[in-house]
Design a protein around this ligand. Sequence first.
Ligand code: MF3
Ligand code: CO
Ligand code: CO
Length: 253
Amino acid sequence: MIPIKTPQEIESMRATCRLAARTLRMIEAHIRVGVTTLALNDLCHDFILAHGALPSPLNYKGFPKSICTSVNHQVCHGIPGDRVLRDGDIINIDITTHLDGFHGDTSRTFIVGMPGPKAEKIVAVARECLAVGIEAVVPGGYVGDIGAVVEAHALKNRCSVVREYCGHGIGRQFHEEPAVLHYGLPGTGPELRPGMIFTIEPMINLGKAAIRHLPDRWTVVTRDHSLSAQFEHTILVTDTGREVLTAPELLGD
Ligand code: MF3
Ligand code: CO
Ligand code: CO
């Protein structure tokens, strides 16, 4: 069963998603050559606590830090540490907040210093893949419509879609139904209904789709070491379309 959120639950989701978006905007100013991923983690951790929330990743299934930082060929779930960002790196920062019992989840990939052409391409294609996925969210449509347009956009640009990780329903649980695959066929899967809330978060590789895990058992990397980028928003299905709950445009400041 896919939860349909009540108006009150939707208000709570707006608040936690706004905080997640605000945290991501805060950290953007600190991303530069020479900074460590741990320093970025600590700034986000403190910001989230100062706003009365907890970072959902911390201790989630044993994850040791408060955000995920995934650099270059790291696909997702990178663990913040003493790695120093260098000129031309790309870094995905994935923020999930737990505020008043509800989770909000959003990520973006940033380019550090001077972008190279490969970095620019994969970041642009990943951003566009999320955008086309969001546009496919309409009541009466299907979850499979989202994956179909995301995959088509990636393939059109000769990039590939990671298949092992997907978007997810979100609310009182970090990960709920439905699973939102970033590939597949239109008209398949559950029907989209007003009040559903889920993430779309395609992981797009410049090379092949295959991934493996680093020995830390969390960090996911591309097998062929090609660059990987990801963007994520939390989306509410509305009567007429969708509301992007983690859109920075909604911050109003
Ligand atoms: N925020 C990630 C997602 O988009 C999940 C991170 S789980 C963690 O679903 F344990 F790695 F933090
Ligand atoms: Co997510
Ligand atoms: Co996330």
